[in-house]
Design a binder for this molecule. Sequence first.
Ligand code: G6P
Length: 366
Amino acid sequence: GAIDKAGHRHFMAKEIAEQPEVLSHALTYYLDPCDGRRQLEAELDFSGIDRIVMVACGTASLACFVSKYWFEQIAGLPVEVDIASEFRYREPPLNARTLALFVSQSGETADTLAALRYCRGRAGKIVSIVNAAESSIARESDLALPILAGPEIGVASTKAFSCQLVVLAAMALQAARQTGTIDAGEDSRLSGLLRQVPGQVSAALALAPRVQAVSAQLARHADVLFLGRGPFYPIALEGALKLKEISYIHAEGYAAGELKHGPIALIDEEMPVVVLAPSGPLFDKVLSNIQEVLARAGKVVLVSDAEGLAAAGEGLWQTIEMPAIEGPFAAIAYVVPMQQLAYHTAVEKGTDVDQPRNLAKSVTVE
Ligand code: G6P
């Protein structure tokens, strides 16, 4: 049929590998003067909008969470991110200046759809970002933006997540252009950085043998902690979510700065701590968190670039060296080692990667 594993052992492996290609398509569509860009410019008016409320479930909600950093820092727009099952029963106040944004791979998730219906008549505009263009969420939105990822079969979402991220990034740039928080020079600098994402994702994919070696170690543990700061914090949450979904290892993601407010009590030589920390302004902050873990005999897996790894020095348990990536969209490529860590750990443990127990691809009942 049209959808097969194309030589891969699992759909998840195929979908991870496809990312450079599908991300390039999505970026062409939203950054070049073709349909997506025209749609953004013609139909998305941020001028009367003073906040964005983003609602989703699962991995899609983590894509929203990453983009909060972009909308706030690049476009100066306040963003609230909500889980659909919480949002829909809380009766949150909305008004005509609120843009309600729904992100869903399937476009059919019951809680997300119910949250959208709550916003009808209350929010100024209802926008969705979907993979399934012919879906309930797309149909009921004022504007539905496709992520162009192609069919995603693996229950654990991979390429849909990264495509959601580039569409959200393109949308944040559009918001910044309209609200005037960036000038033409900054616009082309940031657009240029966004266009580099598929190449960065390719470079990250090439780290598979190293990630596989780390996975063989992780597979022997019962609990794993993931830490990050800034947009790498929701990527850490996504790393933990992927690992627990398909390898059944208990995993938690935390903001690195919260380490001392709880999870540090769990640190011992039995619990690996995966730290996402590229070199840059927040690196020293994360480094002090790493030292707190090392001082308690913790096993640190540091995912960083050459500069960060050199600065971290001795004592790390495992390292994964990412390429050096400049700018606000660096977090996107860091999801690749998270996906591969989960994938190879699950394969190592022999679990059902594409159909993990108890999970469904599309949750159409509450
Ligand atoms: C299920 C899937 C997840 C997905 C979530 C939201 O739990 O197993 O992979 O992230 O639903 O699905 P959606 O289709 O709305 O993105």
